[in-house]
Ligand binder design. Structure first.
Ligand code: SPV
Ligand code: MN
Length: 623
């Protein structure tokens, strides 16, 4: 028996040892033994995904106080610490071995130095607590897309979130034995305060040991920093996909229903808090995923799966009108974890729910009352803007039937959208794959939001909305997407959307439900049922088609005046956008010439159009 196994036998009770040893995977034993040696938990629970094991996680999260029950059966609430309310870009770093280099825009630290730091923080961090060992799978089980993962954590809330958001994977490890090429995640919430929240978030570290397919996370509980299969594993997946010739994307997957009962699959990339989840949940359509998608070329077709099986969604502005599908789940019995909302008499409240929020209750700051201030004298809102819910996709009445299909679904459309107040029109189609990928994906611009810790409202390029997670040079990432079309016989159409265009008065030009019309315009477009006008930035809809669709989809009158304002090409703003994108990519290493050619060509088209029509070009000019 190996030294690791010997050690584990001395630390684990008989049942837990048996469950781990049955997987006959020495690399796995090494990972778990190292975690036990380093974090020194009081005991270890190895989950084999049995009903009893799944139930234990639910029970312990409540018993230990990481979650509290709410009035509706199956609903619980979890609070993260007051300064642990989002992904932390600064504290998230790649561990770079000597002699290796990563893209300059990625936050990094020397591997030796970083390991010493994060392992120092993890030392003894689980004393007196249970270490939970979870086996999970990214992508559907038993599929060419599946990636086995193991997470060791001392948080029952994290373990509970895994239950809701991913597929269990003990059986996959059992089948694969030492052939399992897995990702590993070691997480400790660190010291806890009396509310069971991480007490030392100033010492929060999320370090990605990408050369070992491993992630360390400590002194944090916020799910985006701790539920390792989400954004931590995504960084590892992007590298794996790069090595193996497929794509890992920060995208939703949606089945859109068209005339005659046909269904087309859309994938969409939006930065956090830019309408991605609400697009994925549009009423009447079929949700397949809301955050992470994998694409593979199979027999010349682009096949896509959801890496996840649940939704960790932003709850702000979820109301019965804006998001009826999720509202239904959030107001009926079933398994839901709310986080960082306001609780009063067992009921959850959040910002923008379309109901008055009470003036007191319990929130992420503890007992809360209207006017309460934080240590800096800033008023604490009733619920955090980044308050969330975690649910299984299957809980949604409109979940797609193909979620667990190991082959995935054939993708027809890719959409990119950012929070762009000034430039791009609400919807436009790329001339072809490369134009769409570069002009809408690589040039995707947005302002920072509350989903990451730090200042809000700062405009920045967020390449394909995946910039926070890329672990390869940005130029390589774009090139992989560009090259992918070469493996396909049927290439998906690429569109750009912008839900956030503002008028001169600073007000948004579109209502929150208008996106549903854009989706149907795209669906008709790929079936050649609507035309388009060619502009310097892409192919835009014709008024008469939108008028019909607004009536059909939203039962709304769409005025020609609104159309003209929304679909005016703003040359000045668009030129500035292209220039910012070009400047950004000039600073990166290894960005292909094709990227610059496409951006420059768009600039040239805009300049030529300005000569002919001026700075603001209404759609009638393109007839
Ligand atoms: C996002 O911020 O993009 C999310 C939530 O999907 S998380 O990454 O988990 O913070
Ligand atoms: Mn996301």
């Amino acid at each position: 028996m190996s030294e690791n196994l010997d050690f584990l036998r001395s630390k684990l009770d008989e049942d837990n040892f048996r469950r781990l040893a049955a997987l006959e995977n020495e690399k796995l034993n090494e990972f778990v033994a190292d975690a036990v040696r380093l974090c020194r938990p009081a005991d270890v629970f190895v989950s084999d995904d049995s009903e009893e094991a799944i139930e234990r996680t639910r029970r312990e999260a409540l018993a230990i106080g990481e979650e509290q029950p709410l009035e509706i059966e199956g609903h619980t609430v979890h609070f993260d610490g007051i300064s642990d309310q989002g992904r932390d870009r600064k504290a998230t770093r790649y561990l770079v071995p000597e002699g290796e280099s990563l893209a300059p825009s990625l936050n990094q630290i020397g591997r030796e130095e970083g390991l010493a730091e994060v392992r120092g923080l993890l030392e003894g961090s689980m004393e007196g607590r249970t270490m939970i060992v979870r086996f999970m799978t990214l992508g559907p089980n038993d599929s060419i897309f599946s990636i086995p993962c193991v997470e060791c954590t001392d948080s029952w809330y994290v373990s509970h979130s895994l239950n809701l958001l991913y597929r269990v994977g003990y059986r996959d490890f059992e089948r694969l034995k030492d052939q399992a090429e897995f990702f590993s995640i070691l997480h400790s919430a660190g010291k806890l305060d009396e509310r069971m929240a991480s007490a030392e978030s100033d010492k929060r570290r999320i370090y990605i040991d990408h050369t070992r397919d491993k992630v360390y996370s400590v002194n944090t509980q916020y799910a985006g920093n701790t539920v390792g299969l989400k954004k931590l594993a995504l960084r590892l997946t992007i590298r794996k996909a790069d090595r193996e010739g497929w794509l890992a994307e920060h995208m939703f997957l949606l089945g859109v229903k068209g005339p005659g009962g046909r269904k087309s699959y859309f994938a969409g990339a939006f930065p956090s808090a830019c309408g991605k989840t609400s697009t994925a949940m549009l009423p009447g359509e079929k949700i397949l995923g809301d955050d992470i998608a994998y694409f593979r070329a199979v027999d010349g077709r682009c096949m896509a799966v959801n890496a996840e099986a649940g939704v960790f969604g932003i709850i702000q502005n979820v109301s019965p009108e804006s998001d009826p599908a999720i509202w239904e789940v959030l107001s009926n019995p079933g398994e839901v974890i709310f986080s960082n909302i306001l609780v009063k008499d067992g009921r959850p409240y959040w910002l923008g729910m379309g109901e008055d929020v009470p003036e007191s209750g319990v929130n992420f700051s503890g007992e809360w009352f209207k006017g309460k201030q934080d240590a800096q004298g800033k008023e604490i809102p009733p619920a955090h803007k980044n308050a969330r819910y975690a649910v299984r996709i299957k809980a949604l009445a409109n979940s797609d039937t193909e979620l667990e299909n190991p082959e995935g679904v054939k993708l027809d459309v890719i959409i990119y959208g950012g929070r762009d107040y000034y430039a791009y029109v609400p919807v436009q189609q790329g001339y072809d794959w490369s134009h769409g990928i570069v002009a809408y994906g690589a040039a995707l611009e947005t302002v920072t939001t509350f989903a990451t810790v730090g200042k809000e409202g700062v405009p920045e390029i967020n390449m394909m909305s995946i910039q926070d997670f890329v672990a390869i040079p940005l130029g390589k990432y774009i090139q992989n997407d560009l090259d992918f079309a070469g493996k396909l016989k049927e290439v998906p159409a690429v569109f750009g959307v912008n839900y956030f265009l503002r008028g001169d008065d600073g007000e948004f030009l579109n209502g929150v439900r208008d996106k549903h019309v854009w989706i149907h315009w795209m669906e008709r477009r790929i079936h050649n049922e609507v035309g388009a006008l060619k502009t310097p930035t892409g192919l835009i809809p014709k008024y008469e088609d939108l008028k019909v669709l607004f009536r059909e989809v939203l039962d709304k009158v769409y005025s020609e005046e609104d159309y003209r304002e929304q679909f005016t090409i703003r040359v000045k703003e668009n030129l500035a956008k292209m220039e910012r994108a070009i400047e950004t990519y000039r600073k990166e290493e290894g960005v292909g010439e094709e990227v610059f050619q496409i951006l420059e060509a768009q600039r040239e088209r805009l300049l030529a159009a300005r000569k002919e029509f001026g700075d603001y070009i209404t759609p009638d000019c393109w007839q």
